[in-house]
Structures are given as C-alpha cells and as structure tokens.
Ligand binder design. Structure first.
Ligand code: UDX
Length: 445
C-alpha cells in the first residue's frame, strides 16, 4: 500500500516506521524541515528504544520517506494517517486545531480516492466532523472514507506494542474501507476489533481513564496501607492473582504522568460535562493522582522537620523509564514543592535532562551522573525506576551520601534488602525501614 502519515510525533513516527517495516511504502510528513532532514538520514527526534535502527533499515530499503512538501506527500496515496497532536486547552478539552489543518491539507492535495485514518486521540464525534469538513470542501470527484483507529502505544515500548499489541481498533461506517485497513495491519498478527466510529473514539478514552483509575485505586489503597501498617506490594500481588482484577497496573507510587493519561482523563471529564454528565470516577482518579504527587515531600518534611537547605538528589525526571519525555511528569510538581520548602535540588536522569531544563523550575541544578547527584546529599528522592539508577542506587547511597536516606516514589527495593544495608528508607504504602545508628545490623553501610 502507498501510505502517508501526517505528523511525526510519537504516534505518527512509530506508526509510519512500523508500517514500512511490514512492507508498505510510507511517507511521513511534517512541517518542520529541520526535523525532516534529520529523519531522512535515520535520526529520530524522539527517544524510543529500537526506533533509529528500524528507521535506517527501511530508509535503506527505499520504502520509508520523509517530506515537508504536502503535495508530494499526499497527492497519490491509498491511505493517509492523521497523527498530529491534540493538546489540552485551558478548559481541559482537546485542541483540534492541528487536526483541522491536516484535513484542509488533505482536501488541497489529494488527487484520487483515499482512506483517511485518524490516529490522534479525539473527542467522540471528531472523525465524523472531519469527514464532513473534507467532503464539504472537496471540489474534485474523489471518494474519501474516514476510519477511527486509536493508538495504544506506550512510550518506551512503542515498537513492541505495535507488533504485539493486544488489539487494533477500527471504527468505520464502511465495511470495505475497514477491511482494507485490516489487510494493511495483517502482518502484525494483532487481533482486530471492528466497530462504529463513535465507539472506536470512545474506546481510547475509556481505556485510558480505566487505567488511570486502576493506578489511582491502588494508590488510594497504599494510603490506607501506610496508616494501618500493611504492605501495598503484597496487597497488590494478592489482589492481582484474582483473574478478574489482573496483576498489571497495580504498582503504587507517586502517580501517573505522561502526555496521555493526564490529558485524556481531563478531556473525558470535559466531554462528559458538556453533555451534563458528572464523571465521578474519572474525576476522583484525577484528584487522587494530584494528591499522590505531594506524598514524598510530606513524608520527607515529617522525617526532617523541614527541608530548608537540605541537599536533595532528585533521581529520575521523566514520567517513566526508557523515554526522554518529561511532559506531565510527577517531577514537575515535586520539584516545585521542594523549592518552596527551600531544599537544594541536584537532579539526575539518564535521558530526560535536556527536556527537563525546558519544563522544570530554573533553580534546579543538574548532575552529569548518578554519583554526582548523590555526593554529599542529605536525602535522595527516587522518582523514576530507571534500571541505570536502581541497579546501583543502594550501594552508591551508602558510599556517597552524608547518610543513606532514600524516599522511594516507585517502591523499587524490597524492605529486606534495604534493612540489611541499614539504609533509612521510606516508600509508598509500605512500613518505613529505619536506620539503626548505634549498633550495626548485617552489612551496615
Ligand atoms: C499510556 C497507555 O498505556 C497507552 O495505551 C496509551 O496509548 C498512551 O498512554 P504511556 O503514557 O506511554 O502509555 O505509559 P504507561 O506505561 O501506560 O504509564 C503511564 C504512567 O502511569 C507512568 O507515569 C507510570 O509510571 C504510571 N504507572 C503505570 C503507575 O504509576 N503504576 C502502574 O501500575 C502503571
């Protein structure tokens, strides 16, 4: 198939590259010429394990192209994907400016019948609105079908999720267009679920809201565990063995972040409120998540009395490991609170420092290594479970900090492990491990 993808952000680029990998001829279009130049030689603008290699392979095989020229990119395609961003507006709703512009570009440049596939996350009704916009403005005799095909990729494992995802959702009014898209995806061997357009749009919001609620639920249980002396990790394990609950997405911590859950839950709330419905559970999930992000600072304040002048190693700035994305990261509110408490922050992240500098408060200092961040620190906050950090943190905390005092926002270590090393350790929904100062316990560091 001759395919083009409008928008080379996370979703667009990964989709385009993976479609070329299964043999389609794919042109990725973006307005940023500098970005296009880099991608044309296999340099990905996003950090995603395996993506650069896959780009290079398919560029060399001659089936992956990049252009800023919309006519060249759109004129003769069988399928055009719209994968532009839908940022959050101030009132929480999704900003459809870029989608509308993409639709207008399509109208201007197409020369033959085409299937337009919307991958961007859009409020229910948007696919139909875009179809009408295109048809109302078309002056040529061309047939245009619209398909809603939401994405479920996770950053950091986006390529794996494309090839081995749980499902591909195809929302369409036209069975033959849906079958063509199903055929496009056939080599992925991922189950296809076909439905109507509104339901497909809704599946994306409902899935993300459900996952966000699952995380907030386990975080609420963690609060209760904290107070009653239970261990949330064991509670989650015990719950997860019930097949109806399942073991995934039950990791308690400092809450969810990223470019999807925070934005999509807010957009769902707005969408519901616009039809005079109060989405109680989604709103509660958002509220619990916001509270969750203040937890570590509260625990540290309780332990030290105050954080004035304390040298704090802030470890992990991205919203999760294996990405350089800092959007919606818990590190943002946490660093703001720490600065309010007059702590001195030395931050380290294996991949996110570049982006963090543009988002986090300017008073933060950045370390070039984990060692530098930990050196002479009074306490460490672990915010992201990067292997590079967790693999050596306990040993390095013992060697480099004034005293090994760790506040772990991701429950990365077993209580026995830290107890053996005599580290002061506070985590989420588990009893604290107190450092014994007067006499040695095990391999005291
Ligand atoms: C998410 C969805 O998983 C994906 O299907 C959708 O298309 C886009 O949004 P992503 O944001 O990349 O993907 O990351 P994900 O791995 O889902 O994690 C989101 C956030 O939830 C992270 O901040 C993570 O740390 C947090 N999380 C996840 C928890 O706090 N606990 C968990 O048990 C799982």
């Amino acid at each position: 198939m001759n395919i083009s993808v409008l928008g080379t952000g996370y979703v667009g680029l990964v989709t385009g590259v993976c479609l070329s990998e299964i043999g389609h001829d794919v042109t990725c279009i973006d307005i940023d010429q500098d970005k296009i130049n880099k991608m044309s030689v296999g340099i990905s603008p996003i950090f995603e394990p395996g993506l650069n290699e896959l780009m290079l392979t398919n560029i060399n095989k001659g089936r992956l192209h990049f252009t800023a020229d919309h006519h060249q990119g759109l004129a003769d395609k069988d399928i055009i994907y719209i994968a532009v961003e839908t940022p959050q507006k101030e009132d929480g709703s999704a900003d459809l400016r870029f989608i509308v512009r993409a639709a207008k570009d399509i109208v201007c440049h197409i020369k033959k019948d085409v299937i337009v596939v919307i991958k961007s996350t859009v409020p229910v009704g948007t696919n139909k609105f875009i179809k009408e916009l295109i048809l109302d403005n078309l002056t040529k005799d061309i047939k245009v079908d619209i398909i809603s095909n939401p994405e479920f990729l996770r950053e950091g494992s986006a390529i794996n999720d494309t090839f081995y995802g749980d499902r591909i959702v195809i929302g369409s009014e036209n069975e033959s267009a849906a079958s063509i898209l199903e055929e496009v995806y056939k080599p992925f061997r991922v189950p296809v679920f076909k439905t109507d357009i509104y339901s497909a749009e809704m599946i994306k919001y409902a899935s993300n809201a459900f996952l966000a609620a699952k995380i907030s639920f386990i975080n609420e249980m963690a609060h209760i565990c904290d107070k009653v002396g239970a261990n949330i990790d064991d509670v989650a394990k015990g719950m997860g063995q019930d097949k109806r609950i399942g073991p995934d997405f039950l990791s308690a911590g400092i809450g969810y972040g990223g470019s999807c859950f925070p934005k999509d839950t807010q957009a769902l709330v707005k969408m519901a409120e616009d039809i005079q419905y109060k989405p109680i559970i989604t709103k509660a999930a958002i509220e619990v998540n916001e509270c969750q992000q203040t937890l570590l600072v509260e625990k540290a304040k309780k332990y030290f009395g105050n954080l004035l002048g304390k040298r704090l190693a802030l470890l992990g700035l991205t919203y999760k490991p294996n990405t350089d994305d800092v959007r919606g990261s818990p590190a943002i509110p946490i660093s703001k609170q720490l600065l309010k408490e007059s702590a001195e922050i030395i931050a380290y992240d294996p991949a996110g420092i570049g982006k963090a500098r543009t988002i986090l408060p300017s008073r933060i200092q950045y370390a070039g290594s984990l060692d530098e961040a930990l050196l002479n620190a009074d306490l460490a906050f672990l915010l992201t479970e990067w292997n590079e950090v967790t693999g050596s943190l306990l040993r390095k905390a013992c060697q480099l900090m004034k005293e090994p005092i760790i506040f772990d926002g991701r429950n990365c270590f077993s209580l026995d492990e830290v107890r053996k090393l005599n580290i002061e350790y506070h985590s989420i929904g588990r009893p604290p491990v107190l450092r014994v100062k007067s006499h040695h316990l095990g391999q005291d560091c």
